[in-house]
Design a protein around this ligand. Structure first.
Ligand code: CUA
Length: 351
């Protein structure tokens, strides 16, 4: 081997090592809110309980097979024709053994897999179950609480944050109004596709109060990566309080001009129950209790006056947006600074 070849080989080895190290390091995170390996509810736990033994079986098989391969490659590397190993092609006993071993392994893994598939697909029943319809939009999530009727008719609708009671099953009907999205809260459950015209089922239960991050897991055009969500699990008493607060209409604004502004522009897409005509449109999130949510704009921005003012001023500078066939996304309405200030003051009062 020439010196130049040896150097090139060494460079190749270093490149490979650094790549593997890099891949290893990206798996490290101090705070991993979407870690599937730290499940919190029974659905995610069941998947985790299935994953762990399958992982270890696969790891043992990998090291056995790769170990034997590397050993044979080293032991029988070419030195001279006389040194060639004995050929065993067509050895019936060997072929039967290496057919039976994987078949038995797969059969063993199939038992807990099939049990888990049936368990996860079973609808929860009982008076304690919370029913929510999850509707994917480009690019935010809408939640319709099917058990919560509003005084004026229809069900309670919220956006971005799904508030649920702890320790109770939540039966989700997942669908979409435009393209295919995928609802995914890694710590609580697996993924479920949101398909226009189709109702898909997924259930989850959070056994501890907390905020569980999630995101759209199916590429859905421009702002797919900005289509995040949060599940907020709280004790039943807090959840009941939250429902009572959400059912109430929005407070009247002090400034009637703001109402006009809303009626003329925002109500084309948004709803504000109790104000003017109330809107009723669902192209954009229901804003009745906007300020009760910790995040907005597809759960990308923290709800505060500064972010909201920047959003109203130029939404697509904070989250890439486009006019879509299914309906317009939030756009720049050329609001003046005083209009923005008045809107922000009112929206931030909608708790
Ligand atoms: Cu919605 Cu990706």
């Amino acid at each position: 081997m020439t010196g130049r070849n040896a150097r090139r080989n060494l460079r190749g080895v270093w490149t490979a090592l650094l790549t593997v190290l890099g891949l290893f390091l990206v798996a490290c995170a101090k705070n991993a809110p979407q870690d599937t390996l730290a499940p919190v509810g029974p659905v995610a736990e069941q998947a985790d309980n299935l994953f762990r033994p399958v992982f270890w079986i696969a790891a043992v098989v990998f090291f056995l097979v790769e170990g034997m391969l590397v050993y044979v490659m080293w032991r029988f590397r070419w030195r001279s024709d006389a040194d060639a190993p004995k050929q065993i092609h067509g050895n019936t006993r060997l072929e039967i053994i290496w057919t039976i071993i994987p078949a038995v392994l797969l059969a063993a893994i199939a038992v807990p897999t099939v049990i888990a598939i049936f368990d996860v697909a079973e609808k929860p029943v009982g008076a304690n179950v919370v029913h929510v319809k999850v509707i994917g939009h480009q690019w935010w999530w809408e939640y319709e609480y099917l058990d919560v009727e509003l005084p004026g008719g229809g069900n309670l609708k919220t956006a971005n944050e799904l508030v649920i009671p702890t320790g109770r099953w939540v039966d989700l009907t997942v669908t979409s109004v435009d393209v295919i999205h995928s609802f995914w809260v890694p710590k609580l459950a697996g993924k479920q596709d949101a398909i226009p015209g189709k109702d898909n089922f997924i259930k989850l239960r959070a056994d501890q109060p907390g905020v569980y991050e999630g995101q759209c897991a199916e590429y859905c055009a421009l702002s797919h990566a900005n289509m995040r969500l949060r599940v907020i699990a709280q004790p039943t008493a807090d959840f009941d309080n939250w429902v009572r607060g959400q059912v109430a209409p929005a407070p009247q604004p002090a400034d009637a001009q703001i109402v006009d502004r809303f009626l003329n522009t925002c109500f084309q897409c948004h709803t504000l129950r109790g104000i003017g005509s109330g809107g009723g449109a669902t192209t954009g999130p229901d804003l009745t209790h906007f300020a009760s949510r910790s995040m907005f704009a597809g759960s990308m921005l923290e709800t505060n006056a500064r972010n909201l003012a920047a959003w109203l001023d130029n939404p697509s500078s904070l989250k890439p947006l486009a006019d879509l066939p299914a309906g317009p996304t939030m756009r720049d309405y050329d609001l003046s600074q005083s209009e923005i200030d008045a809107l922000v003051a009112y929206l931030m009062s909608l708790e």
